[in-house]
Design a protein around this ligand. Structure first.
Ligand code: ATP
Length: 318
């Protein structure tokens, strides 16, 4: 099947000489949720900007819906939606007017029923007459989504949709995004959160310093990159690792006072293994006083991937 978006050889060098994207090739399938993962400054926003016309590429081509965006710009851009990180304008506008305006920008006839449906789905209908600046941060994000959906895009970009929002709203947003996919919208989201990619994405691309390091389906990527670290504080220090623990990826640290687990094929499997490990400890009569568990952040993963003593280098992984 023809990809809905095909980026080839895309490079962006900003005025002043900084190269934010280097020869990026990326192919997005119709109907998928694609997560672009990368640390701060990796080039995610620049990439989105290039597709949405906010950034002029230095070289390369972008085809959307099978046509060259450079040639059929206006027509193709109307089929693409963008949820930016922050709202730059419209702060004094009431929600409803602002969202209607977003639809009008693409030359579409007003569709009050559709706009009402979008606002209701995002729990914004009750706030439709409120000025945007009076809304909470989470509500403002919902307005950004409503504005991007107002012209019924087939391809939707979400730039860090859940950065800085609380867990509840994050889960809510994930549901909204899943609903969009059910309707056939293709979604490309950027994120720092591996958990977000894990929850949402069909495929994941990793970008670092303007280069795509790898693109893979989620399951494969999580298997390759996901790690859980658990620090289990022992009631009594151990002189050495007991035999029954040799099956687990654990080491003793802090003079035997802490059992450190690092492993898991993907975050979920790792968490389950830690649970199993604690049961094994209990069965062996080894008491512990606390567990500090966390899934590796993308940042950790990059450090491991690129600089870790035994991790593959970025080049080897690409
Ligand atoms: N207009 C600009 N002029 C010069 N450099 C820029 C410009 N916009 C972005 N950059 C630089 O390009 C690099 C990539 O920025 P970009 O915003 O695309 O990264 P990002 O992956 O979206 O990061 P974040 O997660 O922090 O939003 C950064 O080093 C940034 O400083």
């Amino acid at each position: 099947m023809q990809p809905i978006l095909e980026i080839a050889g895309l490079t962006k060098t900003y005025k002043g000489g900084f190269t934010a994207l280097r020869n990026v090739d990326l192919s997005i399938r119709k109907g998928e949720i694609f997560a672009l993962l990368g640390p701060n400054g990796a080039g995610k926003t620049t990439l989105i900007g290039a597709v949405c016309g906010l950034v002029r590429p230095s070289s390369g081509t972008i085809h959307a819906f099978g046509e060259d965006m450079g040639r059929h710009w206006r027509r193709l851009r109307a089929r693409v939606g963008l949820v930016p990180q922050e709202l730059a304008t419209d702060m004094f506008e009431p929600v409803l007017r602002s969202v209607n305006h977003s639809r009008g920008l693409f030359g579409l006839a007003p569709n009050p029923a559709l706009i009402e449906e979008i606002l209701r789905a995002l729990s914004l209908w009750d706030k439709r007459d409120a000025q945007i600046r009076t809304l909470s941060g989470g509500m403002k994000r919902r307005v950004l989504i409503a504005k991007a959906l107002a012209h019924e895009p087939e391809l939707l970009f979400l730039d860090e949709p859940t950065a800085g929002v609380d867990v509840e709203l994050r889960r809510d947003m994930w549901k909204q995004i899943a609903r969009l996919r059910e309707r056939g919208t293709t979604v490309i989201l950027t994120t720092h959160y591996i958990e977000e990619a894990e929850e949402m994405a069909d495929r994941v691309g990793i970008i670092r310093k303007g280069e795509i390091l790898m693109v893979d389906d989620k399951a494969t990527m999580m298997k390759r990159l996901g790690r859980v670290e658990a620090l289990i504080s022992l009631a009594q220090p151990l002189a050495g690792l007991p035999e029954f623990l040799s099956a687990y990826p654990v080491t003793l640290i802090e003079e035997g006072a802490v059992l450190c687990y690092r492993g898991g094929e993907g975050g979920v499997a790792g968490t389950a293994e830690v649970a199993e490990l604690t049961k094994a400890l209990t069965r062996a009569g080894i008491d512990y006083t606390g567990i500090d568990i966390h899934e590796s952040s993308l940042e950790d993963i990059f450090v491991n991937l690129l600089e870790g003593p035994d991790g593959p280098s970025a080049e080897a992984a690409a």
